[in-house]
Design a protein around this ligand. Sequence first.
Ligand SMILES: Cc1ncc(C[n+]2csc(CCOP(=O)(O)OP(=O)(O)O)c2C)c(N)n1
Ligand SMILES: [Mg+2]
Length: 252
Amino acid sequence: MVRALEKYIRPGVKSTPFCPGCGHGILMGLILRAIDESKMDMKKMLFVSGIGCAAWIPSPHFNSDTLHTLHGRAIAFATGAKLYNPELCVMVVSGDGDLSSIGGNHLIHAARRNIDLKVICANNMIYGMTGGQAASTTPKGARTSTTEQGNPYSPFDLCKLVEAAGATYVARYAVTQPLALINAIKKALHHVGFSFIEVLSPCPTQFGRRNRPERPEEIIQDLLRRCILEEEARGLTEEELAERIITGEFMP
Ligand SMILES: Cc1ncc(C[n+]2csc(CCOP(=O)(O)OP(=O)(O)O)c2C)c(N)n1
Ligand SMILES: [Mg+2]
């Protein structure tokens, strides 16, 4: 068997910590595929992550320099590294909670300054690693360990947030749209300026078990049914769009 991406995996890494049905492993493969197709030299890259399941995507798995930092502070560390060595291609891979809840201020200000970082946010709409608490991305009404009666708050639209703050490449895709996602990551790799990709990644263990759909294959089918490209959404009514998740490139 030929494992085409094996050279990008750090020697000694035999498995990942992700639960069955988690989307983070799919995202991990797609990032490596985009790097491979872009012919990026991993020696000239730095991967920065915070704390959470998503933060394990690059570290310790990628055979490159990785900086596994403090919860919510990945973008702050990444900014420092990029300023110190502007030649470095700095990619931040972390979770929705890490980047937009505790780390929300770093996110918007790095976008405002248009710092040349490639930020990939694995959005499973919950704090997965710590027991399923509500995040700033948890949908209204969703049950989590801290909102047992349903989340009373509306979530951030992360793409609108960073776009309004000043990000210059912004896209959203689910792990069920692998080719579009690889393409978006390739574009972010070549874009100079603050690039942000929101990746919808299922978490059956913490989100699914408290909500519907619950089972991994049902969550995947649900994403396949609900994700719609921005251009396809244009002709639809508000009612037709109610259940849909709009994906695509929003900036430039
Ligand atoms: C200062 C601080 N506060 C809280 C925590 C506990 N903590 C670790 S990861 C995490 C949430 C991670 O959620 P997310 O970034 O969405 O990643 P996921 O596990 O869902 O992939 C929390 C609250 C911490 N490590 N440090
Ligand atoms: Mg999360």
